[in-house]
Design a protein around this ligand. Structure first.
Ligand code: NDP
Ligand code: 8X3
Length: 251
């Protein structure tokens, strides 16, 4: 796949970073997004030996910034072939009656509205070209609600609905739309969810073998390397020890 350009949101960590690395190894030109500048700089340094890298620092919640930032892309990066809508997190894990409104706002604004803002900014170019590939990172939490997951699960159910909606509306434009829905992946996800409580975060992945971000990156790579007529519409992946969004290693 020579000289394709991919834009990855949430490239500074976890699934996004692993995907950026694998794409770079395969010569895909990359626009890498996140808010942590030092991580963007490190990625630029590390991956530039393999491919062309352009980094963008913005918060996906800021719709004005998102709209502006993509109007000013350097010529070399202005044609985006692949969009990986990956930026997102859970904030908190509380019963609905105890949930924090700030956490709810963060999850809805980042996981749902942020994904929409990015898609809105990129789609016109893909539509003009009559080609493109959008991969939305959903979750098993978008297929089945688990205790205390309430709002996070709602945002991932929204991603599931948007993935279907985009695919239906973009049918006939030449643009592929598909979702990859991971189960539990060992990233900074739980550290963010528990607001930096590393001990609690580590416990989430104890006593079973979780997915690693590289496992998801490989599946994303598989999806983007299918022949032109093949679209992976919706793919759910769990580790061996996970059976549903609520059942993990019963043994
Ligand atoms: P990480 O916490 O490791 O990575 C999250 C990424 O999202 C970071 O690069 C972060 O970058 C970025 N991000 C978060 N908030 C914002 C924001 N407001 N603006 C811009 N970027 C933001 O988690 P994962 O890699 O696990 O998560 C990636 C995706 O995978 C998410 O959508 C998550 O819901 C999904 N997922 C994760 C699973 C898991 O078990 N880990 C399972 C199923 C789905 P920065 O902080 O630099 O802005
Ligand atoms: C993340 C998966 O089950 O840790 O989407 O919330 S889970």
């Amino acid at each position: 796949m020579p000289h394709k350009t991919a834009l990855i949101t949430g490239a500074t960590s976890g699934i996004g970073r692993a995907t950026a690395t694998l794409f770079a190894q395969n010569g895909i030109h990359l626009i890498l997004c996140g808010r942590r500048q030092e991580r963007l700089d490190a990625l630029q340094k590390e991956l530039s030996a393999m491919t062309n890298i352009y980094t963008l620092n913005f918060d996906v919640r800021n719709k004005h910034h998102v709209a502006e930032v993509f109007k000013k892309l350097p010529e070399k990066f202005s044609e985006i072939d692949i969009l990986i809508n990956n930026a997102g997190n859970a904030h908190g894990l509380d019963p609905i009656q105890d949930g924090s409104i700030e956490d709810w706002d963060a999850m809805i604004d980042i996981n749902v509205k942020g994904l929409l803002y990015i898609t809105k900014a990129i789609l016109p170019h893909m539509i003009n070209k009559g080609a493109g590939h959008i991969i939305n990172i959903g979750s098993t939490a978008g297929k089945e609600v688990y205790p205390n997951g309430n709002v996070y699960c709602a945002t991932k159910h929204a991603v599931d609905a948007l993935n279907q909606g985009m695919r239906v509306d973009l049918n006939g434009t030449g643009i592929k739309v598909g979702a990859i829905n991971p189960g539990m992946v060992e990233t900074e996800f739980s550290e963010v969810r528990f607001k930096g409580d590393s001990e609690r975060a580590e416990k989430v992945y104890q006593n079973f073998t979780p997915l690693q971000p590289e496992d998801i990156a490989e599946i994303i790579w598989f999806a983007v390397t299918r022949p032109p007529h093949v679209n992976i519409a919706d793919l759910t992946v769990m580790c061996l020890d996970q059976a549903s969004s609520t059942i993990v290693n019963k043994a």
